[in-house]
Write a protein that binds this ligand. Structure first.
Ligand code: PMP
Length: 418
């Protein structure tokens, strides 16, 4: 096998006079992965994304059912009747699309109501919607951070935040994951060298590890060193906090975080992103966050569904309770079997495998056994920490969980993971 030791990062820099030349070896690489049954990206679903899905298996060319353990649809709202009905009503009333960017004619009353609802959920004065969580992070950071400013990231922050930092004119610094001493060191160095503004950015729940940021510690340091804080609530909204309002609620710190960003595509199960903050900040972002200003507003059906989804999160706490029952059950059993789950505390449960080669074989076997789990390799996670990434849902049944555990135990034993 020509590309046996290669990974995705090896095809980034392949200088050639033809800028398309790099795509040829990469095409061969992905073909080689398919021939070995190691290609587990972009599996095609022929059903809604629910607790069990039907996929068109690229290895057998047949449609088969799998237990879905790789969805961010934490509360099962993609197919919740109230959410689907609200989408249908909005579609009938407003048609398929918003027709324009929000500033120039694409701003519906539905969008405004959704912003206000999100702001209330996040305990902020106002909110602005983006076409995705990715766009929210890129737009927010690049609008607020300018030349002479410093932006300080947890090392495991999501790619969209890092991309926003690259687009901004500011200086990018990182601190060790969830390590306050490391953050303080960066803040001290920054003070010494001087700068204009400082923005600390963290994920509320980290997307590949499932642990929760130390928000009280971050806030204390931000206050001491006169920095602002932005938090990405992608995997926290609807999951943590007594009412599912996310990380600030979890730590009883609502209203104390300068910028609360998030996605509308995970627990809220549709598409879009938002930033909630003060009236002044939100007003500024409407005009300077380029991914908002230059991008068409969300489709009406999405906005309608999202309004209903926020109501479901508030009015059906039993969904979140069920999710947490499932999380505890899976974590306890996987730990009892002897898997390394890192520091996971939430619906994202990584199973650390380590070497890429081993993960490829393990993933192939799990896929064959009918469990849909994502393998995650470097550069998405640090080197030698390749992993399986499970995401739990409120709608998973006992049978779904037990079927998954049985496969993981069998495969884990076979490959020496436990
Ligand atoms: N932030 C985090 C932490 C995420 O995991 C994701 C989704 N992968 C995003 C932002 C981007 O959200 P979206 O999928 O809505 O663009």
């Amino acid at each position: 096998m020509k590309y046996a030791t290669k990974n995705l990062s090896d095809f980034l820099e392949l200088p050639d006079r033809d800028i398309l030349a790099k795509t040829r070896p990469f095409y061969e690489f992905t073909g080689e992965l398919v021939s070995q049954e190691y290609h587990h990206w972009a599996r095609i679903l022929t059903s809604p994304s629910e607790r069990r899905v039907k996929i068109l298996d690229r290895y057998t060319n047949e449609v088969r059912e799998m237990v879905m353990m790789a969805s961010n649809n934490y509360l099962g709202l993609t197919t919740h009747p109230a959410v689907v009905e609200a989408a249908r009503k909005a579609l009938e009333k407003y048609g398929a699309g918003a027709g324009s960017v929000p500033l120039l004619g694409g701003y519906l009353d539905l969008h405004r109501e959704l912003e206000q609802k999100l702001a209330r959920m996040k305990g902020c004065e106002d909110a602005v919607i983006f076409s995705s969580g990715y766009a929210a992070n890129v737009g927010c950071v690049s609008a607020l951070v300018r030349k002479g400013d410093v932006v300080i990231n947890d090392r495991l922050n999501h790619a969209s935040i890092i991309d926003g930092c690259f687009l901004s004119g500011g200086t990018l610094r990182t601190f060790k994951h969830n390590d306050l001493a490391s953050l303080e060191k960066v803040l001290q160095t920054t003070e010494k060298h001087g700068c204009n503004g400082k923005l600390i950015i963290v994920d509320g729940v980290f997307s590949m590890d499932g642990d929760i940021t130390n928000l009280p510690g971050i806030k204390a340091l931000a206050d001491r060193y006169h920095a602002r804080i932005m938090i990405d609530e992608a995997h926290a909204t609807g999951v943590i906090g007594p009412n599912g309002r996310g990380t600030p609620e979890h730590f009883n710190m609502e209203g104390q975080i300068d910028l609360v960003a998030g996605t509308l595509s995970k627990a809220l199960a549709v598409v879009g992103g938002f930033v909630a903050s003060s009236k002044e900040v939100v007003n500024y972002l409407r005009f300077y966050a380029r991914s908002h200003m230059f991008s068409t507003a969300l489709p009406p059906a999405a906005a309608g569904a999202l309004m209903a989804g926020i109501d479901v999160i508030q009015n059906e706490p039993q969904l979140r309770q069920r999710l947490w029952t499932n999380i505890e059950y899976m974590r306890t059993n996987l730990q009892r079997m002897g898997f390394n789950l890192g520091n996971s505390e939430t619906a994202i449960i990584p199973i650390i495998v380590g070497a890429d080669d081993l993960l490829k074989k393990v993933s192939r076997e799990i896929h064959r056994a009918g469990i849909f789990v994502n393998p995650v390799y470097y550069p998405a996670v640090p080197k030698k920490s390749s992993r399986l990434r499970l995401s739990l849902m409120a709608t998973h049944t006992q049978e779904d969980l037990d079927d998954t555990l049985a496969v993981l135990e069998r495969v884990g034993k076979k490959y020496g993971l436990i």
